[in-house]
Design a protein around this ligand. Sequence first.
Ligand SMILES: [Zn+2]
Length: 314
Amino acid sequence: MKYRIGIDLGGTSIKAGVVDEAHNIISSHQKPTLEGFELVVADMAETAQIAAEMVGLKWDDFSSVGVGSPGFINPQSGLLVLSSNTNWRNKPLKQELQKHIPVPVFIGNDADCAVIGEMIAGAAKGYRNILMLTLGTGVGGGLILNGRLFSGCDGMGAEFGHTPLISDGLPCACGQNGCLEVYASVTALIRQTKEAMKENPETQMHAHVEKYGEVSGKTAFDCAREGDVVALRVVDQYCNYLANGIGGFITLFRPEIVLIGGGLSAAGDTLLDPIRMKIGKFVFASNYIGTPQIERAALGNDAGMIGAAYLGDI
Ligand SMILES: [Zn+2]
């Protein structure tokens, strides 16, 4: 049996998992992400090796190692062009890691890894055209077309979070204005919730925040479930932005399934049902050809590791 290793390179920790042929993570190990490119790469190799040794495996037992990382990754050149977590620029991630690891190494964007993971072992198993959005601090996106990852020239495409939603809209961290991310990330939802609370002293969201400490992505969704009118309005507006963005992507790529991942997807149908209801008005010819199913991603944080392990195959 050949195994694979998937490494999730995050801003705070490096996680490595051994994935078997049934797509299960059979062991995993993690270390904090320290400073310095060479040191972090050596730590990544060591983390992978420890995960392998935990289940009695040697490098000979592995067909490949894959790394998923946030930022601009060029899978062809092996360069980590820009990492927002660590501020690295143009670092030869693949080549440096290959010095420590005697099996083929592949690198990719974390959102691309998440959609691969969901296709291999999660909510999109059996599908060949998949769009996944991960809602977090930003909006990450991954696209599978005809069973293959589509990430554009040099891996710099499929940036769904930075497609324009509102002309001359709010400024985005990327330097553009009005990106989907500025309206549909969890950061955006928190901003929208705070604005609504300021304007509406009567909303139950104030009591919710007193109980739980701070405004989060859950505040509006929890209070909407209880029937709070202001919270319902926040959720409705947020889901409208999201449906608007997703509708455009469906019109462009016509995936069979759309997955929503990230912490906010824990809201389940409270999040998905309004999007399912609204999506038709943003999709070309939806009256005639319908709209794809919209589901919650299944693997949570494991999607990145499993997907990274298969970067060499997809
Ligand atoms: Zn942007």
